[in-house]
Design a protein around this ligand. Structure first.
Ligand code: GUN
Ligand code: ZN
Length: 427
């Protein structure tokens, strides 16, 4: 059904919580046609307007929310979630690079990319900014699988021309040409968009970072995604490889890789000058708390980034993150903030997973808030999916309290339904 109406409780953000943007309806109707939202209004108003609201499917205690958005996740890393005992650089060598090498096999890649997207949907993530592998064919398979599912996905082939196994390396010019072919084929095709994806400065030469800058200049509207200042050992290695750079961010910045469509994952150990430059260029950071705790990378400073005016988004960073669930990611974000003396409010957390991440991607008219005219990507959450959450519901007195329980205790078990462009894709 790409057209229809559902009746139930609905939570969404029309703007930031600070600007009074949270809207909660105890009893409302969500209508959609041809994959887009056509109305979201209190049931009493729908009834007064002549709609036969009694005939609609009533979701009872369940809660409709916009589909969650993940701004940093690796498609080929599902198979290595929870691999023991290393920090970043050793983890990449021991687990990640071998796992990504398997994507040279196209049958394996086709099945794994499809499984990855189905898992995103099962966890309630309807849009994502995704690292593929360095294989062009595997990246085509990822986009093909996303198109089949009608998902809004931004993704890119990883660029790496040094410091990785030979099977994963491209060259500055070869990687640029492959990215160009992928951009022409996929960027702006349906709900898909392309992200130029240099893995990080350690695995790209100056020539390749310059090529990434050319790709951005030659194709306005494409995104950039990479990693920044995740781990002390990584930062020291960048210093040795780029002795004349002002700081880690400068290795990207001097090739034109900063900007409003550029996402820098992690940003745990930033210098003041880097924060200033991120803010001045409108660059986005993707904070990945689950990954940071798992790899022992450190604690990001959300409040400081906010004070500096840096645009913050949230990512799962699977497979260093230990769950695709953005509810779990948000719970971890809260815990990391607590350790830094900041209590992230429930509704700021809700905003981050929905409209906040959509705005960071420049997709606020399309996804993240269920506004009229936007794409009908939404979830039906059901506390009954987890007995302990269900039990906690007896004692909550407001939507803020309810959402905070979801944020601290919830995960994919609460996602009863996922809808993409007005179609239920799993029940
Ligand atoms: N830095 C470079 N590559 C990666 C990766 O795959 N995962 C994480 N967490 N950090 C990285
Ligand atoms: Zn990552």
């Amino acid at each position: 059904m790409a057209s229809g109406s559902l009746r139930g409780r609905i939570l969404r953000c029309a703007d930031t919580p600070g600007a009074g943007g949270v809207e909660y309806f105890e009893d409302a109707v969500l209508s959609f046609a041809d994959g887009r939202v056509t109305a979201l209004l209190p049931t009493a108003e729908a009834r007064a307007g002549g709609m036969d609201v009694e005939a609609l499917e009533h979701l009872g205690e369940r809660l409709i929310v916009p589909g969650f958005i993940d701004t940093h996740v690796h498609a080929p890393q599902l198979g290595i979630i929870g691999s023991y005992g290393e920090q970043l650089m050793a983890w990449l060598e021991r687990y990640t690079f071998p796992a990504e090498s398997r994507f040279a096999d196209e049958d394996f890649a086709a099945a794994a990319m499809a499984e990855f997207l189905d898992e995103l949907l099962r966890h309630g993530t309807t849009s994502a900014l995704v690292f593929s592998t360095s294989h062009e064919a595997a990246t085509n398979l990822l986009f093909t699988a996303a198109r089949e599912r009608g998902m809004r996905l931004v993704a890119g082939k990883v660029l790496m021309d040094r410091n990785a196994p030979a099977a994963l390396l491209d060259t500055a010019l070869g990687g640029e040409a492959a990215s160009q072919r992928l951009i022409r084929r996929w960027h702006g095709t349906g709900r898909l968009a392309y992200a130029v994806t240099p893995r990080f400065s350690i695995t790209s030469t100056e020539d390749q970072l310059a090529a990434a800058g050319r790709l951005l200049r030659d194709h306005p509207g494409v995104y950039l995604q990479t990693h920044l200042a995740e781990n002390p050992g990584e930062i020291a290695a960048v210093g040795e490889l780029f002795p004349d750079a002002l700081h880690y961010l400068d290795t990207y910045d001097r090739h034109g890789l900063c900007g409003e469509r550029s996402f820098f994952a992690h940003c745990v150990h930033l210098q003041e000058a880097e924060r200033e430059r991120l803010a001045a260029t409108g660059s986005r950071v993707s904070l990945c708390p689950s990954s940071n705790m798992f790899l022992g990378s450190g604690l990001y400073d959300w409040a400081q980034l906010q004070r500096d005016g840096v645009c913050i988004s949230l990512g799962s960073d699977v497979g260093a993150g230990t769950s695709l669930s953005m509810l779990r990611t948000l719970g971890d974000a809260y815990r990391v903030c607590q350790l830094q003396g900041m209590s992230l409010s429930p509704m700021d957390g809700f905003y981050a997973l929905t409209l906040g991440n959509a705005r960071a991607l420049g997709l606020e008219g399309q996804v993240g808030s269920l506004g009229v005219g936007s794409e009908a990507d939404f979830l039906v959450l059901d506390s009954a999916g987890d007995p302990k959450v269900r039990q906690r519901m007896r004692d909550v007195n407001s939507i803020e309290e309810e959402w905070f329980v979801y944020m601290m205790l919830g995960d994919e078990r609460l996602v009863a339904q996922t809808w993409i462009a007005g179609r239920e894709v799993r029940g």
